[in-house]
Design a protein around this ligand. Structure first.
Ligand SMILES: *[C@@H]1O[C@H](CO)[C@@H](O)[C@H](O)[C@H]1NC(C)=O
Ligand SMILES: *[C@@H]1O[C@H](CO)[C@@H](O)[C@H](O)[C@H]1NC(C)=O
Ligand SMILES: *[C@@H]1O[C@H](CO)[C@@H](O)[C@H](O)[C@H]1NC(C)=O
Ligand SMILES: *[C@@H]1O[C@H](CO)[C@@H](O)[C@H](O)[C@H]1NC(C)=O
Ligand SMILES: *[C@@H]1O[C@H](CO)[C@@H](O)[C@H](O)[C@H]1NC(C)=O
Length: 658
């Protein structure tokens, strides 16, 4: 298949486990996170653990004179799921060996705080197998050059240019085959070339995949560390780092190696072998005859049951499509036992994708007309592209007869409402600490800010409530259930649509006009904040008359200067007082009847992060508006002495503009 010239004769591979090259490094490696060596001497950057990252760094810095710089490495990615990658991997160069704590969403290189900061001083070549709109990714199979952040300065779909006819040949990063990434940097021309090729090629293709003209001398230092990193999301992948070699001295290969290694398949779940053998033997000997006759019949039934019908209009959404059979098997045929919950919108099942242990939540809904489905799918494809650490990821969908299935990441810690209502059946449910609660509030705020203001379209969630805030394995909050979300192109006035939402969380102006806006989301979010602090429901009949309605009660306490007492007792500690009072006040402000005095999500974020302060006379404003019930107000900017700006009730801060 490959041109003869290129067919491998010898590849000089200096196994990473051994050494780089005598004058460059002594080869000692530092493993971090999930990185490990396997029995074949390969370096695994990730194992089967989900949401993890692994890094390998050389312990001693690489010494490189201001000379042309070249660097090659062999890698391979074996995914758990044939069509769906994990997060990807990267080769990086760093002036320091002590990289900060990173996040698996940021390839194990960065975290939400330092992503994009010039202080990282990091050059990386990413092999990205997930399309993150947030980082401007072009597709889910690309190579990118990244400087200090996840947004590539240059990227291209994985592949190479054939030396003979110059045509572009695609390569799939998750093919499980060993591939080679080559870097050449010329100090003289200030040019970095990056080439990807099958490992069988002994020399990289002439025409690079990426060529960046930029002075990188501040990243490629005389003394620097290099390393590899990879991370997994909800779908696993084993990322292999097979060897590093430098092409500047082809005359002196230190190791020779005649064939490209074949990577082992993704490990299947391990079972107790003896048990399986026993079970199989018994089954076979006793019911072999029955099996033979049944197989044909069952197969026929099954085939009929899970048969796929793909309509033409669906082709566009194909990348997100799951086969019904996959979901059927994942949920053991939508068994009762797998039911996580059900509601007005349908049922949610827990499942495990076959051949892997990727856990998913499958939501089943019924939709009437084909037209409705089409609109629904258009929405899905947009929501499927949302990528944010605080949003439950939609993995895809499946349509089967009149049912639509939405496939999400499974959130092991369930929904927030289960943690809030003390008097409920969940007595033994662990109470959340204040730090956990404050983090959850900020997580939800950041998700809403993303939906309202950071994403290319304005997305209104329309059903913000604790039941739609899900908690992942680390108790990070993620906003889920976009079943009611509607998208609007930015700048368009939202159209009137049918009433939807959850009683108690619906803003008054929405009831009046039937029009959802970002302000109606802010209203519901304000109430969620109050619930989280107080650990009770919005309306609690069992309480004393004046305490029945949460917002009214909090306001009453505030007037008396005792709003701290509204917080749930278990979190009421003096050192939390400042934060608790802040959230209570902000919650009241956000859930105010007068739409115009609610801050928008960027203001909410700034208040929660302490960059913007609530004005001293907030209570007066809140009360005045409540009495007048008139939504127009304008106040002067009140600047704080600390030069931290203060939220002001002028229209520029309000959410009208969007
Ligand atoms: C995978 O790596 C994690 C560290 O991220 C470790 O705790 C776990 O034991 C590893 N699993 C296996 C199967 O090696
Ligand atoms: C570095 O590479 C460039 C082109 O790739 C070449 O023109 C130049 O002579 C090389 N310099 C050295 C010192 O090898
Ligand atoms: C992110 O990295 C910075 C260092 O660059 C560190 O100070 C911070 O604690 C990290 N944030 C998280 C959430 O781990
Ligand atoms: C290469 O990939 C692109 C985008 O994924 C696709 O449009 C094109 O048809 C592929 N070409 C070949 C030869 O497979
Ligand atoms: C990068 O590739 C271009 C095009 O093949 C080539 O002309 C140039 O010399 C290469 N630069 C380096 C630094 O190798």
């Amino acid at each position: 298949m490959f041109s003869e010239l290129k067919v491998l004769q010898t590849i000089l591979v200096l196994f990473f486990t051994l050494s780089l090259s005598t004058n460059h490094s002594n080869g000692k490696l530092v493993l971090e996170g999930s990185a490990s060596f396997d029995t074949s001497g390969f370096t695994l950057l990730t194992n089967t653990t989900k949401h993890s990252y692994g890094r390998v760094l050389n312990q001693e810095s690489l010494y490189w004179k201001n000379d042309n710089f070249s660097f090659d490495f062999l890698f391979g990615i074996v995914p758990e799921h044939k069509h769906s990658g994990s997060q990807g991997m990267a080769l990086f160069f760093s002036p320091t060996r002590n990289l900060p704590v990173a996040s698996s969403e940021y390839l194990g290189l960065f975290n939400a705080t330092n992503n994009g900061k010039t202080s990282n001083n990091l050059l990386a070549i990413e092999l990205d197998i997930q399309k993150d709109e947030e980082f401007g990714d072009i597709d889910d199979n690309h190579v990118g050059i990244n400087i200090n952040g996840m947004r590539s300065v240059l990227s291209a779909s994985a592949g190479y240019y054939d030396d003979e006819d110059g045509s572009f040949k695609n390569l799939s990063l998750i093919s499980g085959k060993v591939m080679r990434l080559s870097l050449v940097y010329s100090f003289l021309h200030k040019q970095l070339n990056v080439t990807l090729s099958p490992a069988e090629f002994s020399v990289p293709p002439l025409k690079p995949l990426l060529s960046l003209n930029r002075d990188l001398s501040s990243y490629i230092l005389e003394d620097m560390y290099y390393g590899f990193t990879a991370s997994t999301g909800s779908i696993g992948a084993i990322h292999y780092m097979l060897g590093v070699f430098t092409t500047n001295d082809p005359e002196n290969p230190l190791w020779e190696f005649n064939s490209v290694p074949i990577l082992p398949p993704y490990p299947k779940k391990s079972y107790d072998k003896a048990k399986i053998v026993l079970a199989v033997c018994l089954t076979l000997s006793v019911i072999a005859a029955f099996v033979a006759s049944w197989i044909g019949f069952v197969f026929y039934l099954r085939h009929k049951k899970v048969k796929e019908v793909i309509e033409e209009w669906e082709i566009e959404y194909a990348p997100h499509r799951f086969a019904y059979k996959e979901l059927f098997n994942a949920t053991k045929g939508f068994k009762e036992k797998k039911l996580l919950g059900s509601g007005g919108f349908g049922q949610v099942y827990r499942g495990t994708l076959s051949g892997s242990d990727a856990e998913i939540a499958v939501k089943r809904t019924s939709h009437g007309s084909s037209q409705g489905k089409r609109e629904f799918l258009a929405e899905i494809s947009t929501i499927g592209r949302l990528r944010h650490p605080n949003i439950v990821r939609l993995l895809g969908y499946c349509r089967h007869k009149d049912d639509l299935f939405l496939v999400y990441d499974f959130m092991p810690n369930g929904s927030l409402d289960k943690y809030l209502n003390g008097s409920d059946t969940n007595e033994n449910q662990e109470r959340l600490s204040w730090d956990q609660r404050f983090k959850i509030i900020r997580d939800v705020a950041s998700a809403l800010f993303y939906l309202h203001q950071e994403w290319v379209q304005v997305i209104i969630h329309r059903d913000i409530k604790p039941a739609n805030v899900l908690l992942d394995h680390e108790m990070n909050a993620r906003l889920g259930d976009f079943g009611l979300a509607k998208m609007y192109d930015q700048g368009f006035d939202p159209q009137t649509t049918k009433l939807a939402g959850t009683f108690g969380y619906i803003a008054p102006e929405f009831l009046r006009t039937g029009r959802a806006t970002t302000n109606t989301d802010v209203y519901a979010f304000g109430l969620v904040m109050l619930e989280v602090v107080c650990g009770r429901r919005l309306i609690e009949r069992s309480e004393a008359k004046n305490e029945e309605v949460l917002v009214d009660w909090i306001l009453e306490l505030w007037v008396e200067g005792k709003n701290f007492n509204a917080a749930e007792e278990s979190i009421r500690q003096e050192h939390n007082r400042g934060e608790i009072e802040l959230v209570l006040k902000l919650g009241v402000l956000c859930s105010h009847q007068a739409e115009s005095i609610r801050p928008d999500m960027s203001a909410v974020m700034r208040i929660l992060n302490g960059v913007l302060q609530l004005p001293d006379n907030l209570l007066d404003v809140v009360l005045a508006e409540r009495l007048r019930g008139r939504p127009e107000i304008s106040m002067e900017v009140l600047l704080d002495v600390n030069s931290i700006s203060t939220l002001s009730f002028t229209h520029s801060f309000m959410s009208h503009g969007r």
